[in-house]
Design a protein around this ligand. Structure first.
Ligand SMILES: [Zn+2]
Length: 295
């Protein structure tokens, strides 16, 4: 296997997609323990955004929200900042929160919003500027919709360094996605449809080869991408690639390890039950042969 080294900067076009997929694979083992899932977005009024250019302030606000929700009884909380809106240009920080939770009656929701506002923005400031935090609350319960939220929250929002270079520099090394709570429950939902492609990345994150199921041992020495590319790697997303085996002689690697290549007399020697197994295996080979020459 090969793993491409990414810089992880939000505005880097070269590794944005890989970084996003890796981020998804990183949060999934935990967020798969949450269903139904609440999604809260907290947006700050324009007037206070200047003080929020300090990454320490952003970190503190995230921490306050996680602590408050934990105190209110939420068991699992994930927070992540988006720094810009859909089209960027103007600094527009909003904190995304994913947590366990359900539909709230209007009074409960109003109380939750009130508590968050009081915790994050001193009432004197809210009064002076005549504005308050904007808080959106929603919840989802199907794997497809939960996954949609997970993808959205983990996406890069600072996609152009030109929008705000000083801020980009200040955010260097900023630890954005943060978890709070206990995360030792079994998964409550599974990946469906095209999202199943993340299963391979989840395996890699566990240190297991997605095809052979064997533990992966990474070579610590990086090698130039051009050398990897020359081997026709199979992209499994997130900057991970399945590579052909290195030590096998070329003629062996080129020959498909297909059961139809077994000598005919070998096959005839088998008793009927074994033949049936071989026939069944042959059907499966057509399905997995794409991966067979990679290990
Ligand atoms: Zn990059």
């Amino acid at each position: 296997m090969g793993k491409r080294i990414v810089c992880g900067r939000e505005w880097c076009q070269d590794c944005r997609d890989s970084s996003h997929r890796r981020r998804i694979a990183r949060v999934l083992p935990r967020l798969m323990q949450v269903c139904p899932m609440s999604y809260i977005v907290i947006t700050f009024p324009l007037e206070v955004r200047l003080m929020m250019r300090d990454p320490q302030m952003l970190a503190l606000i995230g921490k306050k929200v996680r602590r408050l929700l934990r105190k209110l009884g939420y068991r699992k909380v994930y927070t992540r900042w988006h720094f810009f809106g859909e089209h960027g240009e103007k600094y527009h920080p909003h904190l995304n929160v994913l947590c366990d939770g359900e539909w709230l009656v209007p009074e409960q929701l109003a109380e939750l919003k009130d508590l968050i506002r009081r915790r994050l923005l001193p009432r004197s400031i809210a009064k002076t500027i005549g504005k308050d935090l904007e808080i959106q609350y929603s919840y989802v319960r199907t794997p497809k919709r939960i996954m949609h939220r997970v993808k959205y929250v983990t996406k890069a929002s600072f996609t152009d360094i030109e929008w705000d270079e000083p801020l980009a520099n200040a955010l260097y090394g900023f630890h954005n996605g943060c978890f709070a709570g206990t995360w030792d429950d079994p998964s409550k939902w599974k990946l469906t449809g095209t999202d199943k492609k993340f299963n391979a990345l989840l395996k890699v994150r566990e240190g297991i080869h997605p095809v052979s199921g064997k533990p992966i041992k990474w070579n610590k020495e990086p090698i130039p991408w051009a050398l990897v590319e020359a081997q026709n790697p199979v992209d499994i997303g997130g900057g991970y690639y399945l590579l052909p085996p290195i030590r096998e002689p070329p003629d062996l690697a080129a020959r498909p390890t297909n059961l139809t290549e077994l000598p005919e007399d070998d096959y005839r020697k088998h008793p009927n039950t074994v033949r049936r197994l071989i026939d069944r295996a042959r059907e499966r080979v057509s399905f997995i042969s794409d991966y067979e020459s990679y290990s």
